[in-house]
Design a protein around this ligand. Structure first.
Ligand SMILES: Nc1ncnc2c1ncn2[C@@H]1O[C@H](COP(=O)(O)OP(=O)(O)OP(=O)(O)O)[C@@H](O)[C@H]1O
Ligand SMILES: [Mg+2]
Length: 331
């Protein structure tokens, strides 16, 4: 490979890796949304009253970012030596607790009176014995260490650990905060994005900031002009105009015509029926149908979605979809 090509390649690689990390807020003040959590944490730090923490909620909502920003506020330049970040999914067993966690928790930092911080990411994937061992360590070394456990699913974290921590739930980010952040990135990266392009990126990101930024970056790599079409083409999600066309047919055509039309749209654009059902629901709710008809269709949509998720055939479920509308609209 020539030097020039190698350079371009390295540059591309760097760019591809960067945006989610490049725009990870480093301070609590710059984090978008979750004002309540940010304010509470700021207060706890300022009052020197930092508890053990448990962050849980959907992916890409800022759990890891928030604790890293809190660590910056707590220790500033002295972060090294005070903070240990472990990912429990690398080693989910009791080994990680008995070795790394215990070693870190039981040793004091020289010349520092401040407690240390142990961040245990993906703690919900730890085994039961590991969680049991952790609960004793949390108690024993509280004077020396604060724990921050992070996970998506709180049900998988033992009740005993939960009761030792202050819990914060990270819900999907509100669209207006996602939009603000995306507009900031667009400005920084000098991108040419239309209003409906931004709307689409925000909608498809569904409150997951990581996903939203990744969509923006992929679209920017694929096309110069970033509009609604470019966004939907890049992500492969059904375009709203297709969903509208499908709904129109479901509400007025007879079985054969409707079945063939939807099948053609799916085949031509490579859509999965599952994606169509998800997007269809939002529009169906706005249709003026008799209450019984609406209830029938919604119930059937839920069943079709479930059957598709367990691997049922798209063809059979498409016929169920068309049938449920034909029955539902006749109420
Ligand atoms: N509140 C926020 N404000 C601004 N950017 C955010 C926010 N939350 C997340 N991000 C962006 O999304 C990226 C992913 O966030 P983060 O790693 O904190 O998510 P997470 O909740 O830990 O997800 P997971 O559960 O998958 O580990 C960050 O690098 C950052 O760019
Ligand atoms: Mg995380």
């Amino acid at each position: 490979m020539s030097n020039k090509n190698k350079k371009t390649n390295d540059k591309n690689k760097k760019d591809v890796l960067m945006w989610v990390e490049k725009y990870r807020p480093g301070t609590l003040e710059t984090l978008a949304s979750h004002e309540h959590i940010i304010n509470t944490l700021t207060k706890l730090i300022e009052e020197n009253n930092f508890p053990h923490l448990l962050f849980y909620g959907s992916p890409g909502t800022g759990k890891t970012t928030t604790i890293l920003a809190a660590a910056n506020k707590l220790y500033g330049k002295n972060k090294m030596g005070h903070v240990l970040e472990l990912n429990a999914s690398d080693d989910r067993g009791i080994g990680i607790v008995q070795n790394q966690i215990k070693d870190f928790a039981s040793t004091k930092t020289l010349f520092s009176k401040q407690f240390k911080l142990l961040i245990l990411d993906e703690a919900d994937s730890m085994t039961k014995p590991a969680q049991d061992a952790l609960r004793r360590i949390i108690e024993k070394y509280t004077s020396n260490v604060r724990f921050c456990l992070i996970g998506n699913n709180i049900e998988k974290i033992s009740k005993a650990i939960q009761s030792r921590c202050t819990k914060f739930r990270f819900s999907p980010l509100k669209p207006r905060f996602v939009r603000q952040r995306i507009e900031y990135i667009i400005k920084e990266e000098k991108l040419n994005v239309t209003e409906n392009g931004i709307d689409s990126v925000v909608r498809l990101g569904s409150g997951d900031m990581r996903r939203t930024i990744n969509i923006l970056q992929s679209v920017s790599l694929m096309s110069e002009k970033m509009d609604q079409d470019a966004v939907y083409n890049c992500t492969g999600n059904p375009h709203p105009k297709h969903i509208k066309e499908i709904l129109k047919s479901l509400l007025q055509d007879d079985f054969q015509v409707c079945y063939r039309k939807i099948k053609k749209i799916c085949q031509f654009n490579g859509f999965a029926l599952q994606d169509i059902i998800t997007d269809l629901l939002v529009l169906v709710l706005k249709v003026d149908l008799k209450p019984n008809g609406m209830c029938y269709i919604l119930k059937q949509l839920a069943e079709i979605e479930f059957r598709l998720s367990v691997g049922s055939s798209d063809d059979i479920q498409l016929s169920a979809l068309v049938s449920c509308f034909i029955i539902g609209r006749s109420f």
